[in-house]
Design a protein around this ligand. Structure first.
Ligand SMILES: C[S@@+](CC[C@H](N)C(=O)[O-])C[C@H]1O[C@@H](n2cnc3c(N)ncnc32)[C@H](O)[C@@H]1O
Length: 175
């Protein structure tokens, strides 16, 4: 579920969707400043569902995908992100959105999609404009461990999948 522009009511006090005409052109902006490390929002009202362009992966399993059911779904990807979805706790009540750097009022919130997603439903050519932009964004499966670790936050289940992938590669090369 993606909140629409019709009769829009923000789901989070300090955040607002910047609706732009055109497919996937909208974004989520901060209405106040946040300090580095500050929790911007707990993740509440989540539902399980299939992998979609709106879902967020929350574990290693095929069914480990949640829908945010809020304005947070409008957070775009950046290769130089300013926020992270931290789904590292075993307790979903601890899952949250956190600032990775100081954020000013009016700034767009952007997270590094491969920090949650292994193999994305809807890959795209990134337009984040960062100097270290990775180009095509399709999920962590397609990136090196060093490219992932350079983005300040990667969820532990993604790092486990990377370790399994890289272990298999080493084993195969020995055969
Ligand atoms: C969950 S939506 C994010 C909100 C989206 N901008 C919208 O208006 O609905 C994810 C989609 O937004 C687009 N998107 C997000 N970040 C992007 C980026 N850095 N470059 C290009 N497209 C991006 C892609 O089409 C992606 O599949």
């Amino acid at each position: 579920m993606k909140p629409s522009q019709d009769n829009y009511v923000p789901t989070h006090k300090d955040l607002a969707v910047d609706f732009v005409n055109g497919d996937f052109m909208s974004s989520l902006k901060s209405l106040r400043s946040f300090a580095k490390g500050e929790i911007i929002a707990p993740l509440e009202g989540l539902t399980r569902g299939p992998k979609r362009y709106t879902s967020v992966q929350c574990g290693k399993g095929p069914d480990d995908h949640i829908e945010l059911n809020s304005d947070l779904v409008y957070i775009n990807h950046s290769c130089n992100p300013n926020v992270a979805f931290d789904l590292s706790s075993r307790d979903p009540r601890q899952w949250h959105l956190r600032a990775l750097k100081p954020i000013k009022a009016g700034e767009s919130l952007e997270f590094f999609y491969p920090s949650t997603e292994w193999d994305m439903d809807q890959p795209f050519n990134c337009s984040c404009g960062a100097s270290a932009c990775l180009g095509k964004i399709q999920g962590a499966k397609y990136l090196s461990k060093s490219d992932l670790l350079a983005r300040n936050w990667v969820n532990p289940y993604i790092l486990q999948l990377v370790a399994e992938r890289d272990g298999e590669t080493r084993l195969r090369s020995r055969l």
